[in-house]
Ligand binder design. Structure first.
Ligand code: GEK
Length: 241
C-alpha cells in the first residue's frame, strides 16, 4: 500500500523545482493515480500492447520506470519465452523501491532495474519500449535523439508506447486545464496543493502539442503514429517501427 501524497499539502516558503526524491517515491503510486487521468488504465493497456507485440528472445524497455508499474504490466501481459525487461530510471529513490516491488512480484520474466539516464542507455533487440509519462521531463532538445535511439534499437515491427501530458491551442488549453484541476479537486487535492505542484513543475515538465510529437516520431523513423488514448490533457500514442 502506498502512502497518501501530502508533498505539497503544507504552505511552503518557496516552492523548489520538482524532484523525484525519497519524499515523492514514498507516495508515488497515490500521487500519479490522483494526478494523471486514466493512469491505471494506460498502464494496464501497455501490458496488453506488450502481449501483442513482444517477440520471443527480445527485450522490452520501461524508460522512466519510477516504481516499475509499467514493467510489471508488461511482465504479466507477455506470454513468450526468453524475454527480458529493462526498467530504467535515474532516481535512486525510485529504483531502490522498484527493485523491492519487482522482487515481490510473482511473474517469471526477468526484470533488470537500472539506475541511469534514459538518454544514455543502449537499446538493443527490442520488441516493445514504453515512455509512460517520461519524455515530458526530458529537455526538448534531447527528445529527438532519444526517440531515434529507441527507434534504432527496436526490431522491425516493434513498438514504442509514448504517453504524455499535451499542450493545446490557447482556448482548448484553458478548457482542459479547468477540467484537469476539477479532476485534481475531485481526487482530494486542495487549491494550495494544486498551485504549489504547478509551480514546482514549471520548466520541469514541458508538454508539447500532439502534432509536435507526431512529426518528431516520424522524423525519428517510426512509420505509424496512432493516438490510442486521451483523458483531458493526457494522451498515449502507439508508434510502430
Ligand atoms: C509509470 N513510467 O509509473 N532518465 C531516467 N529517468 C528519468 C529521466 C531521465 N533522464 N528524467 C526523468 N526520469 C512511470 C511513471 S514518472 C511520470 C513515470 C510522472 C524519471 C523520473 O525519475 C520519474 O521516475 C519518471 O521519469 C517520470 O508508468 O511522475 O508524471
Amino acid at each position: 500500500m502506498s502512502s497518501k501524497d501530502r508533498v505539497f499539502a503544507e504552505q511552503l516558503e518557496s516552492v523548489a523545482a520538482f524532484q523525484f526524491d525519497e519524499a515523492v517515491a514514498r507516495v508515488f503510486p497515490d500521487m500519479i493515480q490522483r494526478s494523471v487521468p486514466g493512469y491505471s488504465m494506460v498502464v494496464s493497456m501497455i501490458g496488453l500492447i506488450a502481449g501483442r507485440y513482444a517477440r520471443k528472445g527480445t527485450r522490452l524497455y520501461d524508460l522512466g520506470s519510477s516504481l516499475g508499474a509499467t514493467a510489471i504490466a508488461m511482465r504479466h501481459g507477455i506470454a513468450c519465452d526468453n524475454c527480458e525487461i529493462i526498467a530504467v530510471d535515474n532516481s535512486e529513490a525510485m529504483t531502490e523501491r522498484c527493485r523491492k516491488i519487482i522482487a515481490e512480484d510473482s511473474a517469471s520474466t526477468p526484470v533488470d532495474v537500472v539506475c541511469g539516464d534514459i538518454r544514455e542507455v543502449a537499446i538493443e533487440n527490442a520488441s516493445v519500449a514504453a515512455l509512460n509519462f517520461t519524455l515530458q521531463f526530458i529537455p526538448v532538445e534531447d527528445r529527438l535523439p532519444l526517440l531515434k535511439n529507441i527507434r534504432n534499437g527496436l526490431n522491425p515491427g516493434g513498438v514504442l508506447v509514448l504517453s504524455e501530458k499535451l499542450a493545446f491551442p490557447e482556448e482548448h488549453q484553458a478548457i482542459l486545464d479547468t477540467l484537469y484541476y476539477d479532476y485534481k479537486r475531485a481526487n482530494g487535492y486542495s487549491e494550495m496543493e494544486i498551485s504549489q505542484k504547478r509551480t514546482a513543475l514549471e520548466n520541469v515538465l514541458v508538454p508539447e502539442a500532439l502534432s509536435v510529437h507526431r512529426e518528431r516520431l516520424l522524423d525519428a523513423g517510426f512509420t505509424h503514429v496512432i493516438p490510442w488514448y486521451q483523458g483531458f490533457n493526457f494522451c498515449s500514442l502507439l508508434a510502430v517501427r
